[in-house]
Design a protein around this ligand. Structure first.
Ligand code: B12
Length: 285
């Protein structure tokens, strides 16, 4: 790092390498050819197509038969106007587990019921486990650890209809959906299907719908009809902070209903296929 600390130009923000505004980036890619002088030249031309200048091939290595891996340094000409960037993001005050528990205890006075599942044919449980399970993720305890959350992890491959049945049965306050596989946009289709089903059953405004996964963003979740979306690196306390804020927001506004009930009278039959992971159901409401 150079000695002079220079203030970045936020109107023309460029990557930082060694000197402010130098635009230096490192890129890594594979070309489906054996390493050779021609392969190196192909990598340089590829980097030029990306808009890089002063290109330096730092690494050219055989990755497998017929494949070369490249690490390249270069300087980017373009810049972005940081002052013009507006991002749709989850609105919630970040709180600790203790603060959240205290808030629910004093302002709501009962446990909030949170159901989490990885839906459809998606079998990736690690993401939803990271959010729900006691031990949590990255040093942040999971929702099951919160005294004032009744958090139930339904695991993977839960069908949307089953999830909604359980939500009615358990009077869920929030539903957490994880989608990891995105091939053929299956995550979007499944998210939208859940919301459509919830709308048909009159549940949409009764429950907080939260989407998550490595390819999920807040704007994408909103487009799919969810209330919020969380992506890579999410910690359980981010989600708990949002749930409590959103619950209080909704329930301080007139006209919002508090219970998850089906539109028409009859209660949904308990679903047989999926059971909740917390053995003891605690008294609520
Ligand atoms: C482990 C793994 C598996 C395991 C899953 C085991 C299990 N019990 O989960 C097994 C081997 C079963 C598997 C199978 C498959 N996998 Co796989 N798998 C992975 C792998 C290596 C890691 C995923 C993971 O655990 N990440 C760690 C968690 C902690 O991260 P996360 O999910 O992003 O979660 C965080 C956030 O996203 C967020 N979050 C996630 N969910 C939620 C939900 C809510 C509500 C909130 C608030 C937040 C949130 O919070 C978490 C913590 O910060 C990834 C590659 C990779 N390196 O990511 C491929 C990967 C996800 N798999 C992939 C594929 C294609 C498959 C298969 C289709 C392969 C096949 N052809 O059979 C099958 C699918 C099976 C099925 N029916 O779903 C692809 C998906 C491509 C895509 N985008 O569609 C990946 C990306 C690999 C790749 N590069 O191709 N897989």
């Amino acid at each position: 790092m150079s000695g002079q600390a220079k203030v970045p130009n936020l109107k023309k923000l460029r990557p930082y390498g060694d000197i402010m505004d130098d635009g230096t980036v490192q890129v890594c890619f594979t070309l489906p050819v054996e390493p050779s002088p021609e392969a190196r030249e192909a990598a340089v031309l590829t980097a030029q197509r990306m808009g890089l200048e002063q290109i330096k091939v730092a690494t050219m290595e055989k990755a497998a038969d017929g494949f070369s891996l490249f690490v390249i340094y270069g300087n980017l000409k373009g810049s972005v106007d940081f002052t013009e960037i507006r991002v749709l993001k989850v609105e919630a005050q970040k709180r600790s587990r203790d603060e959240i528990d205290e808030l629910i205890k004093t302002k709501i006075g009962r446990k909030l019921v949170v159901l989490g599942a990885c839906t459809g044919y998606d079998a990736h449980t690690v993401g939803i486990d990271a959010i729900m399970n006691m031990k949590g993720f990255a040093g942040d305890y999971g929702l099951e650890r919160y005294q004032w959350l009744d958090a139930r992890n339904l695991g993977a491959q839960v069908l949307n209809e089953e999830l909604l049945k359980l939500a009615i049965q358990e009077k869920a306050d929030a539903i957490l959906v994880s989608k990891v596989v995105t091939q053929h946009n299956i995550h979007i289709k499944d998210f939208k299907d859940l919301v459509e089903r919830a709308e048909k059953q009159g549940l949409r405004n009764q429950i907080i719908f939260i989407a998550g996964g490595p390819r999920v963003t807040h704007p994408l979740a909103m487009e799919c009809g969810f209330d919020a979306g969380f992506g890579v690196g999410t910690k359980p306390s981010d989600v708990a902070s949002y749930i409590v804020d959103e619950y209080l927001r909704r329930n301080s506004e007139p006209g919002e209903k508090k219970e998850a009930k089906p539109k028409k009278s009859g209660k949904a039959k308990p679903t047989k296929k999926k059971s909740v992971s917390k053995s003891k159901k605690k008294g609520k409401r």
